[in-house]
Design a protein around this ligand. Structure first.
Ligand code: CP3
Length: 342
């Protein structure tokens, strides 16, 4: 790579000062330009599967804030959509799928997957061509456990009780589902890397609800399967793992899965984050509510993270996705504060 992509330097273990910054869910409803493009699409999935529109919304936060990474605009649920699980987004209610049971898992057929996902691959290719050379392009997918929680409940739930219950009652079917999703996800990420993604992030947004034993079986093991499969095709692939809410199990997760960088949620104490950073790059971890609370809360939170983690390999980010209530001007302040320009 002739141009220096700061996030790639950090993923290689270097310290970059000030740290590079991007924002989970940076292309989204808090931006008026996103809402304008969204209204042109025939629903949310259509936005994900129309490269012209997906490229446009991916680039919107880059144009506004010159962030150090663009993340492919898509959704973790395009994978179950490729498995024909009836994915739809109901306005004001979030995602809906046809709930799956053990019989449904036995009948899953991933054979048409890449055909279904061709528009996503095209979006990645066009993004790499259109992005500034210094901007890192991130691909992503959902982790098997998090995707499985939506497939089993058929919707989002407050604590993923249906999937936890299913995991105890139907352990073999659950493991089969996680293996299928891990293999599909690895292939999906390999294709994104082939089309020009520089690195990938795997979102395990619901790692927080697992106990110690199921964390190992449903989060760590499938993630290791993904990392191993991606690296066997792409030995130099850089992978960020985000097991949200993993708490004291974060260290174990990195050691056992082999991810290059850990995405930290905002509940991770900065003292623990600094310990984890001695073992490799970290990303995070500002509470998204600080962004809503305004500039004093942003300044205080940013400065604390920079004090604790700024002298090691850090990618600055929120500790989870930005919410629709964020004021785009305050997001600009956040980025400038990280860069020592506000
Ligand atoms: O970060 C980015 O800018 C890239 C795009 C991205 C989206 N979803 C777009 C989106 C990414 C990386 C995701 C990941 C995702 N999707 C996760 C994991 C990360 C996390 O936030 O926990 C999960 C669990 C999903 C599933 C999902 N998609 C839910 C639960 C919802 C509805 C909730 C909501 O915020 O409305 C979505 C919809 C969604 N995905 C939107 C966007 C911009 C909003 C849809 C809209 O425009 O109406």
């Amino acid at each position: 790579m002739s141009v220096e992509r700061k996030i790639m330097k950090v993923l290689n273990g270097d310290t970059v000062t000030p740290p590079p910054v991007w924002i989970m869910r940076q292309a989204g409803r808090y931006l008026p330009e996103y809402r304008a493009t969204r209204s042109k699409a025939n629903g949310f999935l259509d936005l994900c599967y129309t490269p012209d529109l997906a490229v446009e919304v991916t680039l919107q936060p880059i144009h506004r804030y010159e962030l150090d990474a663009a993340i492919l605009f898509s959704d973790i649920l395009v994978v179950p959509d490729a498995l024909k699980r009836g994915v739809r987004f109901v306005e004001g209610e979030g995602p809906r799928l046809d709930p799956i049971d053990a019989d449904g898992i036995a009948k899953l057929d991933a054979s048409g997957m890449h055909d279904h996902l061709v528009p996503v691959y095209e979006t990645v290719r066009r993004l790499r061509a259109e992005l500034p050379a210094e901007t890192t392009l991130l691909g992503f997918c959902g982790a098997p456990w998090t995707v499985a929680t939506y497939m089993i409940a058929g919707k989002g739930t407050p604590d993923q009780a249906p999937a936890r219950l299913f995991g105890y009652r139907e352990r073999a079917a659950m493991e089969r589902l996680l293996d299928i999703l891990a293999d599909m996800s690895a292939e999906y990420l390999i294709r994104q890397l082939d089309e020009g993604a520089d690195a990938v992030q795997v979102f395990d947004s619901w790692a927080s609800v697992l106990e110690e034993e199921t964390f190992e079986a449903f989060c760590v093991r499938p993630m290791k399967r993904i990392v191993d499969k991606v690296r066997s095709a792409k030995p130099d692939a850089k992978i960020i793992g985000f097991p949200k809410g993993a708490g004291t199990l974060y260290r174990d997760y990195r050691q056992k899965t082999g991810v290059d960088a850990l995405g930290l949620d905002w509940t991770v104490p900065l003292s623990l984050a600094a310990e984890l950073q001695k073992e490799g790059p970290v990303q995070g971890n500002l509470d998204p509510m600080r962004v809503i609370a305004g500039r004093d809360a942003i300044r205080e939170g940013v400065d604390r993270i920079l004090d604790a983690l700024g002298n090691g390999p850090l990618i600055f980010n929120l500790g989870h996705g930005i919410t629709p209530q964020a004021d785009p001007e305050d997001v600009g302040y956040l980025v400038n504060r990280v860069r020592g320009q506000a």
